[in-house]
Design a binder for this molecule. Structure first.
Ligand SMILES: NC(=O)c1ccc[n+]([C@@H]2O[C@H](COP(=O)([O-])OP(=O)(O)OC[C@H]3O[C@@H](n4cnc5c(N)ncnc54)[C@H](OP(=O)(O)O)[C@@H]3O)[C@@H](O)[C@H]2O)c1
Length: 334
């Protein structure tokens, strides 16, 4: 059982006894223990990415922090900026060209990456919009660009792995994945109509989980492990597309308000997956509340920390992988 299980039984809202990301680093005894290791984190200009970077900086690792707006990330993380140990890299996930340029910039500075955290994301975009490469905005931003980024950094993740320290990938998904699996191969971009902001978000967040499960299947035996996580509910910039009336209605739900975490607490499961001893040599699991998620029901409830029947689906995981390789323009996956 997770050492944090009790703290999650009766939440009292942001700042209660549930762990912060920093507490996880301390509880794992990892302060200053990752000097010389390399951690890459996407989306470090807001919300959970900031707190993930802040906590992991305590480990002594070298951090490559990506953001589409580097100025914003630098301002947010001025307190941990250290020349040579924190590198800010521009990456706009709406553009494969930008993803390729970011990966190149990182690989020019290091040939090893120990931990990759795919954290950046957007949620519930109201209408059907497209990335610069013509893919539905949430699927393209949240999944396809992170898939390409992983593929480009894969040689460095494989190069970094040693028998005593396997490499890790953490995909930040969401309980909202419970609302929908992935569309048919010819409908990832809602080509057949029926766009819905939440169905689209759920597809992209299911894709985050499937990508992690498939990384584990393909590369776990080579020392690259992957998990996916739900961070909890946290008030961040992510909710910018939710109508104010809907947000106000949510805040009237006392149980929901008590379940909310602070950004520091919201980054805890990511950090636990990235450096926790529990995930040293394994992966392929969906985590929430600093624990492996339990099997829940299939009710369309995006606040549940449990997993649904479609959270693990070998056939869909394989299909998405094969399709994603083609979509991002790669021919060889090995
Ligand atoms: N907050 C929650 O309750 C919650 C719940 C479940 C899952 N999550 C997941 O947690 C992750 C982090 O979300 P958050 O709550 O920290 O949200 P946030 O405060 O909005 O931060 C999202 C980050 O992603 C970046 N981003 C968005 N679009 C991008 C693009 N095209 N290119 C590059 N970066 C881009 C943002 O950059 P800008 O600063 O430039 O916008 C920001 O740094 C997401 O994957 C989200 O799905 C969050």
């Amino acid at each position: 059982m997770s050492r944090y299980a009790k703290a999650h039984v009766s939440p009292e809202g942001p700042g209660d006894s549930r762990p912060t990301a920093l507490q996880v680093v301390e509880d794992e005894g990892m302060e200053g223990k990752l000097e010389g290791r390399v951690i890459v984190i996407t989306g470090t200009s807001s919300g959970l990415g900031i707190e993930t970077a802040r906590a992991l900086s305590i480990t002594g690792a070298t951090l490559f922090l990506t953001a589409r707006n580097v100025r914003k990330a630098k301002d947010a993380l001025a307190d941990i900026s250290e020349p040579g140990r924190t590198e800010f890299i521009e990456m706009d996930l709406e553009s494969f060209e930008s993803v390729r340029a970011a990966a190149t910039a990182i690989l020019q500075k290091t040939d090893k990456v120990n931990i990759l955290i795919n954290n950046a994301g957007i949620m519930a975009v109201p209408g059907l919009e497209f990335t610069k490469n013509g893919h539905e905005l949430q699927f393209g931003t949240n999944h396809l660009s992170h898939f390409l980024f992983f593929q480009l950094l894969k040689p460095a993740l494989l190069a970094a792995t040693t028998p005593n320290s396997h490499s890790r990938v953490v995909n930040v998904s969401s309980a909202a994945h419970r609302l929908n699996g992935i569309n048919a191969t010819d409908n990832y971009n809602f080509e057949k109509g029926g766009y819905n902001p939440w169905v689209s978000y759920a597809q992209s967040k299911t894709a985050n989980i499937y990508m992690a499960n498939e990384i584990e299947r393909r590369y776990g035996s080579q020392g690259v492990h992957a998990t996916s996580i739900h961070p909890g509910g946290i008030a961040t910039g992510l909710s910018k597309h939710i109508p104010e009336a809907d947000l106000a209605a949510m805040l009237e739900d006392e149980a929901l308000v008590k379940s909310l975490k602070s950004p520091e607490q919201g980054a805890a499961t990511t950090v636990w997956a990235a450096i926790g001893k529990e995930w040293e040599n394994k992966g392929g699991k969906y985590l929430s509340n600093c624990a492996e998620a339990k099997r829940g029901d299939d009710v369309s409830d995006m606040t549940s920390a449990d997993y649904a029947s479609h959270t693990y689906n070998r056939e869909s995981e394989g299909r998405l992988w094969e399709d994603s390789v083609k979509i991002v323009g790669l021919t060889d996956d090995q």
